[in-house]
Design a binder for this molecule. Structure first.
Ligand SMILES: *Cc1c(COP(=O)(O)O)cnc(C)c1O
Length: 365
């Protein structure tokens, strides 16, 4: 019996010799961080890849998000969703703001734009929606609401690297988008992240904020943080960026295989395709419509076979121990999905045979 361990994800890792070649000159230059040569090169290549005017690199996505929130000087309340990775909410709360949880829609699990308006108060300063699993939010509707109520929009695009709508990069929407380059993401720099945006006026603001608030002229105008990406991360990014288009294509084939294999069983929902969207196939979530018992049962059976799917995102943020003061917020759709979703293994080096084996186990139960 084939019992090889399969995790929910596995990093796409550049060829060893290619990476060693890329970092060799760092021993000569000794320029290891603070906007080094590789950092400058990667920043430009990321902007090109994302089809956006500007990007600012960070040592991780979370600090990129905190930088956007804090350097905008947001106050009061921020509307966001509970169906995300805890980083999104932590960034809001660690910035001294109150998260106001909006439910998600049942089609793509992003923020339910029809509910946002009812949550806006005079304290609201921003909306922080999440492009969950790389599914894009209703960016048009969010733009309209932001304009009407004069709100900032910061997208958590950690899942949406390379996603486009009608040929436009996803980070062309909102004031700014945060990407994560963590090892588990579609594109990685080991740890890393970026803010991407079209308004060039924000470039210096974000750039100085990630360097303790130190501006080009040496003055310190904001209470910044240390969010700088180092040259070893940037070197990994330069190598991995060459692979990412091919990785996404491999992911697409695997996702379609999963869907073909599993479509015959009733009661399982896949995320619907979005019109005009070039997807990045970052995750393979399935939702067991009948009950959370089937979800938990399948997760356990897979585990018995050394296959580690993940209940992602479960629990909802407002059910976590550190957020118990939000546990009574009524979020029926998010609760329903969190209780039933299982994210199956998906990464570019996963083999078709592995997908078939995983599906056979699910189908036989
Ligand atoms: C990964 C992730 C983050 C955090 O990014 P890091 O680079 O790990 O700091 C934030 N939000 C979401 C939705 C994520 O998946």
């Amino acid at each position: 019996m084939n019992n090889k361990r399969i995790n929910v994800t596995s990093p796409s890792l550049a060829d060893y010799n290619e990476y060693i070649d890329e970092i060799k000159d760092l021993w000569d230059s000794k320029w290891l961080t603070n906007n080094g040569i590789k950092h400058q090169k990667l920043e430009k290549e990321i902007s090109d890849f994302l089809k956006v005017d500007n990007s600012v690199l960070f040592n991780n996505g979370h600090l990129a998000l905190e930088t956007a929130i804090q350097s905008f000087g947001l106050t009061g309340e921020v509307i966001t969703t509970p169906f995300t990775f805890v980083s999104t909410t932590n960034a809001i709360v660690r910035s001294g703001l109150k998260p106001v949880f909006c439910d998600i829609n049942k089609k793509d699990y992003t923020i339910d734009v029809n509910l946002i308006e009812s949550l806006i108060t005079e304290k609201t300063s921003a909306i922080i929606p999440v492009h969950v699993y790389g599914n894009i939010c209703d960016v048009q509707k969010i733009e309209e609401l932001a304009a009407k109520y004069n709100l900032k929009v910061i997208y958590d695009s950690a899942h949406a690297f390379g996603v486009e709508i009608n040929g436009r990069g996803i980070s062309c929407f909102g004031d700014v988008s945060m990407f994560s380059f963590h090892s588990t993401k579609v594109f990685n720099t080991i740890e890393g992240g970026a803010l991407a945006f079209n308004n060039s006026g924000l470039y210096e603001q974000f750039n100085s904020f990630k360097n303790f608030g130190i501006c080009k002229d040496g003055s310190v105008k904001s209470i910044g943080t240390n969010g700088k990406m180092n040259e070893f991360q940037a070197a990994m990014g330069l190598c991995n960026l060459k692979r990412v288009a091919n990785d996404i294509e491999k992911r697409r084939v695997l996702v379609n295989q999963y869907k073909d294999n599993l479509s015959s069983i009733g009661g399982i929902t896949f995320v619907s395709e979005q019109e005009g969207v070039k997807h990045n196939y970052s995750y393979m979530p399935i939702v067991f419509e009948d009950s959370n018992k089937s979800r938990d049962k399948i997760a356990n059976i897979l585990e018995d076979n050394n296959i580690f799917a993940r209940k992602y995102f479960y629990p909802l943020i407002n059910n976590m121990e550190c957020y118990t003061n939000f546990k009574d917020v009524d979020l029926p759709v998010a609760t329903y999905i969190a209780d039933r979703v299982l994210t199956l293994p998906l990464y570019s080096d996963l083999e078709i045979d592995d997908v078939n084996r995983i599906c056979d186990i699910i189908l036989s139960k």
